[in-house]
Design a protein around this ligand. Structure first.
Ligand SMILES: C[S@@+](CC[C@H](N)C(=O)[O-])C[C@H]1O[C@@H](n2cnc3c(N)ncnc32)[C@H](O)[C@@H]1O
Length: 208
């Protein structure tokens, strides 16, 4: 029962105590993953960059610093997270540098072949349909564009063992095969380390 409730809040936080608690958790525990996903992407100052499942917006804030004349897009289907990120990034939203979309990764209001870099953290496990999400990302990415996802496999498999994550969808190999089936190439996972934390980064390139 508690595991199901936790999974619901992690996967799509809502207003209330549960949403408040997971927001605090994301801010305290996931900053390193968010900031390193941004670093590993290799963002150029004029790029169009997309984060999926941005949560409270720490990764977007970090990516915004690297873009002098580029555009930053954020997609999250939690109204609570959409509002938290909007508040955190209000100056950038007001200037038009950051555009946030309250929508599902499987149906994004973005044009074909327009995104240079994509990153996401702790997100793919919750997508209702990973193949649809992966195909939609491939559609909006420019040929040769890079996507990076970061996770801490140790923590994720622990949560999964407590039934606090959707069954099997957390497994990197399941996500990686959805990427390959959707046209991504060079799909691979590597270990990385930052601030005394070991984490995993999954890379995928949109086919040319
Ligand atoms: C576990 S939270 C991670 C938040 C943040 N990336 C972090 O690491 O702290 C997952 C986020 O992805 C969003 N999300 C999950 N599935 C999604 C989907 N299909 N489309 C859009 N957003 C999604 C959730 O609403 C939530 O904000």
């Amino acid at each position: 029962m508690w595991a199901e409730k936790l999974s619901q809040q992690l996967g799509r936080p809502t207003w209330g105590v549960g949403g408040w608690l997971v927001t605090r958790f994301f801010i305290r525990k996931n900053r390193v993953l968010e900031e390193n996903a941004v670093q590993l992407c290799g963002i150029q100052p004029g790029d169009t960059v997309l984060e999926v499942g941005h949560g409270p917006g720490l990764g977007l804030r970090s990516a915004a610093k690297l873009l002098t004349h580029g555009t930053l897009l954020g997609v999250d289907y939690s109204e609570l997270m959409h509002n938290k990120a909007k508040k955190l990034l209000k100056e950038h939203v007001a200037s038009g540098k950051v555009r946030l979309h309250l929508c599902d990764v499987a149906a994004m209001p973005l044009a074909d072949n327009t995104v240079d870099r994509v990153f996401h953290c702790n997100c793919y496990y919750f997508w209702p349909d990973q193949r649809k999400g992966a195909s939609e990302l491939h559609r909006v990415m420019k040929p040769g564009a890079l996507m990076v996802t970061t996770l801490r496999l140790e923590n994720v498999s622990l949560l999964a063992s407590k039934q606090a994550l959707p069954k099997d969808k957390w497994r990197p190999e399941v996500y990686m095969s959805a990427l390959s089936d959707s046209g991504f190439t060079d799909v691979r996972m590597e270990d990385a380390r930052a601030e005394n934390i070991t984490f995993q980064a999954i890379y995928a390139t949109a086919s040319k």
